[in-house]
Design a protein around this ligand. Structure first.
Ligand SMILES: *Cc1c(COP(=O)(O)O)cnc(C)c1O
Length: 312
């Protein structure tokens, strides 16, 4: 489905401004359904859906979920029903901040064009959202359908394995980087990259878009699943995940001032668009890490996509 390898190129102006040799991995250009990192995961997840001969794929996410949009497109491509439980903000602090990204427009328009069975629920917690997805799966099973369940963001071991493979893709495109910086949330991007680079000279730095420090434990468990698939005999612990939580702002799905400034800065320096929920915050993190001299040398910014949320 996706067009790979995705482009990898230098950012000349930003390199000069930040005093780095800065490169970008264009997973905003995965070439399927407006791009984004989820297309990589879906290459493996949809193969499993076909193997299992499922009729319906059920998942969940925020209403502006980039994963649900790309999953819906993948389901169209393989003639599967896509069903998703969503909430504007599956957010622990309820009521959520007023300046959150809108629950209409952006990805939601695309979801409707794709004919996804969208079940939009009032705001609650992540745990409530997972439970609603499970109820949706059981509803389809009760009508005799074979259901394939995908966790939020596509972060199953297969999803993370896709990013182990993506790291290998980059190794074929360019000499090793000193650091790789990107937006991290449900964890399969971070886990696949960290698993591949464990013990190497490349430091893998996830800029967290979710204010939950305990997620590193989940990532470590996910890495165990990747190891079962990749068979490298590498076991990662929570402490092996470098997550920087300083750029989340008011919370998941709430644009931050620094993130908005970073979106404008990259647009005006390089003509490349980021998104307000993930990659903008990640680029804000990269700018500050460069100012603090905590990254240096050859740096790769992994653009994970998400641009439809600019229109929300
Ligand atoms: C999902 C997503 C991420 C985070 O990736 P995970 O593998 O869920 O951690 C980052 N950026 C964008 C644009 C995304 O849609």
């Amino acid at each position: 489905m996706i067009l790979s390898p995705t482009p990898l190129h230098r950012l000349d102006r930003m390199s000069e401004e930040l005093g780095l040799d800065l490169w970008i991995k264009r997973d905003d250009l995965t070439g399927f359904a407006f791009g984004g990192n989820k297309g990589r995961k879906l290459e493996y997840l949809m193969a499993d859906v076909l193997d299992q001969d499922a009729d319906v794929v059920v998942s969940c996410g925020s209403t502006q979920s980039n994963f649900i949009r790309q999953l819906g497109a993948a389901c169209s491509r393989f003639h599967k029903v896509c069903a998703a439980a969503t909430m504007a903000l599956p957010y622990e602090d309820i009521p959520p901040p007023a300046d959150a990204v809108k629950a209409e427009g952006g990805n939601v328009i695309l979801d409707r064009l794709l004919g996804i069975d969208l079940r939009v629920h009032p705001n609650g917690t992540w745990e409530e959202l997972y439970e609603l997805a499970e109820e949706l799966a059981r509803e389809y099973e009760a009508s005799g359908k074979r259901v394939y369940r995908i966790p939020i963001g596509g972060s199953s071991p297969l999803g993370a394995y896709a990013f182990y493979q993506a790291a290998i893709e980059v190794e074929k495109q360019a000499p090793a980087f000193d650091q790789i910086v990107f937006a991290s949330s449900s964890g399969s991007t971070h886990t696949g990259l960290a698993y591949r680079h464990f013990g190497s000279a490349t430091e893998v730095i996830g800029i967290a878009c979710d204010p939950e420090p305990e997620i590193a434990e989940d990532f470590a468990r996910l890495a165990g699943g990747v190891d079962d698939l990749a068979g490298q005999g590498v076991r990662l612990a929570a402490k092996d995940f470098h997550l920087d939580f300083r750029f989340v702002g008011a919370g998941y799905g709430v644009p931050s001032e620094a993130g908005e400034a970073a979106i404008r800065r990259l647009a005006q320096a390089e003509g490349i668009f980021l998104d307000p929920i993930y990659s903008g915050k990640a680029f804000a993190g990269l700018i500050q890490l460069a100012e603090e001299k905590r990254v240096g040398g050859r740096v790769l910014f992994w653009h994970t996509g998400g641009t439809p949320a600019l229109f929300a």
